[in-house]
Each structure stands twice: as C-alpha cells, then as structure tokens.
Design a protein around this ligand. Structure first.
Ligand code: C2E
Ligand code: MG
Ligand code: MG
Ligand code: MG
Length: 290
C-alpha cells in the first residue's frame, strides 16, 4: 500500500510535493481514505468546476477557458485534482466522474453562451482511460445534445497517453471528434515521453506547452530553445500553441517575441467558479501582483 501511494504521488509530479513531507505511511493512509471518499463524493455533490481563461498572447484577450475540477472534501477542504484524479483512475471512478464532468461543463458553457457572456470554447481534460473506453464518443454526443452547446465551443484536452493502446485507435477517434466539429488539444506537451512524431500523427489542432518549459524560459537558454523549436514546428504543422503556467510579465514578453499564440496562467487569472469567470472583462491585463 505504501509503495502504491508513493507511486501515485510521484506520478502526479510537482503539484503534490507536500505529500512527501509526511512519512510514507501517512501518505498511504491518506490515499486509501481519499480513494474511499471518492465513492460518495459524486453522490454528495462535492465537486465543482472552476474555469481558467486562456488569452491571446499579445493583448490578454480571452479566447478560451479550461475547466478544472475542484473537490470540496468535507473534512480535508479543497483536494487537488493532481491528487485525486490519479486515484479515481485507479479505482475506475474516473469513468462516472469523467462523464459527470463532461455533462456539467457542457451545461455551464451552454448557460454562458445563452447569457451572451464568455462565448469562447471551453476545454475539458479527458483522462486517457476515459478517452480509450468504448462509449466515450456517445458520452460526448449526449453531453452536447442535452445541453445544446454547439460542438465548436467544446474542446477536449488529452495527453500523449491516449496513444498507449496504439496510435490507430486514438487517431480514428480524434478524427471522428473532428468530424463532429470538436477540437482536440494535446496537453502537457514536452513532458513524459512526448515524441515529435505525435504532432505529425495526431489530428489535433492545438498543443499545450507544459509549465515545466515556461518556468525558466527567460533565464534558461535551453528551455527557450526547446520552446522556440516546438512553436515553430507546431506552426509549420498548422497547430495553435498555448503556453501554460505564465506567472510573470517577462514570460509574456518573451512569448510574444517567440510567436506563441495563446497563454494561460496566474499572471492573467487563476481558475475560478463559473459566476466569477462570467464577470471578467474581455481583456485581462497582466496582474501586477505576479
Ligand atoms: P492541466 O490540465 O495541465 O491543468 C493546468 C494546471 O496548471 C491546473 O492545475 C492549473 O490550476 C495550473 N495552473 C494554471 N496556471 C498556473 C500558473 O500560472 N502557475 C501554476 N503553478 N499553476 C498554474 P489543477 O487545477 O490543480 O489541475 C492539475 C491537473 O489535474 C490538470 O493539469 C489535469 O491534468 C488534472 N485535471 C484537472 N481537472 C481535471 C478534470 O476535470 N478531468 C481530468 N481528467 N483531469 C483534470
Ligand atoms: Mg489541461
Ligand atoms: Mg497541462
Ligand atoms: Mg499539467
């Protein structure tokens, strides 16, 4: 059990460093408890969707939103998705949870559209388990039809692990989504085992550069070189490029010069509830606090 929990914590990467501060047993216990609580969380309505704006690099105009799930745990307070999504994947809970997320996001996006507020595409993170499971396409179709959300306003974020069962299946599925008018973005690009050939083979429309490359972009020439290389290559492949985790004005300046299309990060806005995101102005000035 302890080994399993540590493996979870490692997979989740930087979001969960604080887990290491406890001893292994505490990590294991916490993870077993959370796994148990996940079963009732959906029933007890403990999940909420937050939305983070994605803006045009040069001027901060809101061009999209990313839906990010939040779990209001009755005892532990807010639990990070970096912690509980991997647990939900292990227990299989990710399937009903993922379906719920899709439906809720489509409903909320349709509400915003009906109100004429924030009419931009909303991106939903899709777990690879959910994506590769039979019936996924039907779930997407159902979420769209019951909400009335136009497919052009839905975007799906997947990671390269959708390729685990073989590329053909993933390519076929993305092509079918594309035919329905839904766009697919490749998330966390540059981490894991990212291969440049994924950009060639997958019929995606957007690449999201992981924060790991952005963090030191203004000081580390190697990171800057990699980012510039990915941006240029993506553009030659007609892909849109988003950089994640922008916290400083200097990073924005840098990415303007590198021709990065879109930015997402605390500099512009943190993830927030739907009501708050509807009240944002169309243009987000860089936040001087960052
Ligand atoms: P992700 O899809 O790469 O989402 C971006 C993460 O970066 C979010 O963390 C967001 O809050 C955080 N972030 C945004 N801007 C900044 C910044 O300027 N600085 C820093 N330090 N962080 C920033 P969050 O919400 O904790 O989500 C973590 C991961 O959990 C997501 O990474 C995604 O892989 C997963 N996740 C979140 N919501 C969902 C969901 O609804 N379904 C699934 N399957 N996975 C989800
Ligand atoms: Mg994402
Ligand atoms: Mg990401
Ligand atoms: Mg990430």
């Amino acid at each position: 059990r302890a080994d399993l929990a540590m493996a979870d914590a490692k997979q989740q990467g930087r979001n969960t460093w604080y887990w290491y501060q406890g001893d292994e047993l505490r990590v294991a216990q916490a993870s077993v408890l959370l796994r148990h609580d996940l079963h009732t969380a959906l029933r007890d309505d403990q999940f909420e969707l937050y939305y983070q704006p994605i803006v045009e690099t040069a001027n901060g105009r809101i061009r999209g939103l990313e839906a990010l799930i939040r779990w209001h745990h009755p005892e532990q307070g807010m639990v990070s998705p970096g912690v509980f999504i991997p647990l939900a994947e292990q227990t299989g809970q990710i399937i009903p949870l993922g379906r719920w997320i899709l439906r809720r996001v489509c409903q909320e996006a349709a509400t915003m559209q009906a109100a004429g507020e924030r009419v931009v595409p909303v991106a939903v993170n899709i777990s690879s388990l959910q994506f590769r499971r039979a019936g996924f396409l039907e779930d997407v179709q159902q979420a769209l039809s019951e909400s009335g959300l136009p497919p052009a306003l839905l975007e799906l974020e997947v990671t390269e692990s959708v390729l685990l069962d073989g590329a053909e299946q993933a390519i076929a599925l993305i092509n079918r989504l594309k035919a329905m008018g839904i766009k697919v973005a490749l998330d966390d690009f540059g981490t894991g085992f990212s291969s440049l050939s994924y950009l060639r083979d997958l019929p995606i429309h957007k690449v999201k550069l992981d924060r790991a490359f952005i963090k030191d972009i203004t000081t580390d020439r190697r990171d800057a070189a990699i980012v510039q290389g990915i941006i240029d290559m993506a553009h030659h492949l007609d892909l849109v490029v988003v950089a994640e985790g922008i916290e400083e004005r200097e990073q924005q300046q840098d990415l303007i010069h590198r021709n990065c299309d879109l930015l997402q990060g605390f500099l512009f806005a943190k993830p927030m509830p739907q009501e708050a995101v509807m009240e944002l102005p169309d243009l987000l000035p860089a936040n001087p606090e960052h």
